[in-house]
Design a protein around this ligand. Structure first.
Ligand SMILES: [Fe+2]
Length: 183
């Protein structure tokens, strides 16, 4: 499946613009991380794009979250088991079995913070600095929904120091920013 086909599935299943923005921003971060690790950029991107595909349908049935996305994707003929595993991994620790499935947890956390940062800047994602993102990370009242532990645990989990991780993630967000009104 290529990016365009993945994007069409996002349009088909995600209902809210905020959900689409979240999916595409995590996609951007995952693509940048894949490049960093010299992994498959397209497949990592799809894992990011699909990780919360069922967000708008499962928020009241949290036990279905992730599994519903996997079911839809399989019904669409998509059977990349590593990507499907990564989707389940963002919610459940037992699926965090490889680099992609561990990375998605951190991509999920940091992209929430980066999008919140971009939304309060006149230039949005453009020119965003690691230092200012770190300041917002410490400010607990800023974007309180962001799971900060997912960002702080990154070095221990995937071996990328936090400053570098934030820098990679900013680049990833900037690449998709025009598509989600953050450029
Ligand atoms: Fe997410």
């Amino acid at each position: 499946m290529n990016r365009q086909e993945g994007r069409a599935l996002v349009e088909k299943y995600a209902e809210k613009d905020t959900t689409i923005r979240h999916l595409v921003s995590v996609e951007g971060v995952m693509r940048a991380l894949a490049r960093h690790f010299e992994e498959d950029v397209e497949r990592w991107g799809l894992a990011g794009m699909f990780h919360d595909l069922d967000q708008d349908q499962t928020h009241d049935a949290i036990a279905r979250h992730g599994y519903q996305s996997v079911e839809w994707l399989e019904a669409e003929g998509y059977d990349d088991s590593e990507v499907l595993n990564a989707i389940l991994a963002h919610g459940e620790e037992r699926y965090r079995t490889d680099l992609m499935s561990r990375s998605i947890v951190h991509a999920d956390g940091v992209s929430g913070l980066l999008v919140a940062c971009a939304l309060v800047r006149p230039q949005r994602a453009e020119g965003m600095k690691v230092s200012s993102v770190k300041k917002k990370l410490k400010e607990k009242s800023f974007a309180p929904g962001v799971e900060r532990d997912k960002i702080r645990g990154v070095e221990e989990s995937i071996g990328v120091p936090m400053d570098e991780f934030i820098a990679i993630s900013i680049t990833g967000l900037q690449e998709v920013a025009p598509e989600i009104d953050l450029a």
